[in-house]
Design a protein. Structure first.
Length: 111
């Protein structure tokens, strides 16, 4: 997920966009048409997409937060003030409130 829409200084809500159902349907179609050599890889891909699609919105937010922190080289404690600062550095449009709420999601759903 490249970004979470709806986060800026005027809006502190998070809109999670999921398209796993489209990806799953596409993979299942490819699997139906696959040669025997391709089947094992496509079956594994379908299983991975389905398991990822089972994640809750809070889990997706937590993953996104950790990916954004990693993008700016943050390796410290996710519960720290420094983590909020790093998250806002990674995503300058985040309000303080939004950054703290996203931090809470990351803390509640550790890797």
């Amino acid at each position: 997920m490249p970004g979470i829409m709806g986060l800026n200084k005027k809006n502190d809500y998070v809109l999670t966009i999921r398209d796993a159902d489209v990806v799953t349907a596409t993979l299942r179609q490819a699997l139906a048409e696959a040669s025997p050599e391709e089947r094992a890889g496509l079956e594994r891909a379908v299983a991975l997409v389905e398991s990822t699609a089972a994640a809750t919105e809070a889990e997706l937010r937590a993953r996104w937060v950790r990916s954004r922190l990693a993008a700016v080289g943050f390796t410290g404690d996710v519960t720290s003030v420094a983590a909020v600062k790093a998250l806002r550095k990674a995503e300058p449009g985040l309000s303080l409130l939004a950054a703290v709420e996203l931090q809470k999601a990351a803390v509640a759903h550790p890797e």
